[in-house]
Design a binder for this molecule. Structure first.
Ligand code: URA
Length: 182
């Protein structure tokens, strides 16, 4: 078993915060273990909790549509979240939960060594760059985390509520196409 698979197995049994009590499944993430691009969302939702896979619900369908528009195969990416377990009623992650969980993400990044990290939505942006505020002001820009470029974009769930954002998400993610095709 490779190091990433071992880490993800550990995540499945994690009891570092109280979310382990309400979850059905922890959701470590999935994709290519040597992916050039890591996509990072907020936390598993209901469907993800049930299936143990990231972005398989409504937001996941939107993400799949966006990737299809760009002809980017989902399996070429690594897709994960800030939190690996679902917060009850999909509430925003609490600081102690992020603190308990974040080392898993840092280790995943260290093992995958991507060319670029993509933050989907506020939580991932704030956690990786410390930036807060309206995504309108940040999306499409690149920042840095531990010497990795960080491309900021909207969370696909935002597109579910505002279809106008879909073209912006597609446009932002055009940045990763050339990286994947290299
Ligand atoms: N929203 C997220 O942030 N992550 C998922 O995996 C699903 C929905």
């Amino acid at each position: 078993m490779d190091k990433l698979a071992k880490l993800n197995k550990t995540i499945l049994k994690c009891t570092k915060c109280e979310l382990c009590e309400s979850r059905i499944n922890a959701v470590p993430g999935e994709g290519a273990k040597n992916a050039e691009v890591i996509l990072i969302g907020e936390a598993p939702g209901k469907n993800e909790d049930e299936e143990g896979r990231p972005f398989v619900g409504r937001a996941g369908k939107t993400l799949d549509e966006v990737l299809a528009e760009l002809s980017i195969p989902r399996e070429n990416l690594y897709i994960t979240n800030i939190l690996k377990c679902r917060p009850p009623k999909n509430r925003v992650p609490k600081k102690p939960e992020v603190e308990a969980c974040i080392d898993y993400l840092f280790k995943q990044i260290e093992l995958i060594q991507p060319q670029i990290i993509v933050t989907l939505g506020q939580s991932a942006l704030k956690t990786l760059t410390g930036l807060k505020g309206n995504l309108r002001d940040f999306h499409g820009n690149k920042y840095e985390f531990n010497n990795y470029p960080v491309l900021v974009t909207y969370h696909p769930a935002a597109v579910v509520y505002n279809r106008n954002l879909k073209s912006e998400l597609v446009n932002d993610l055009k940045n990763i196409k050339s990286i994947i095709e290299k």
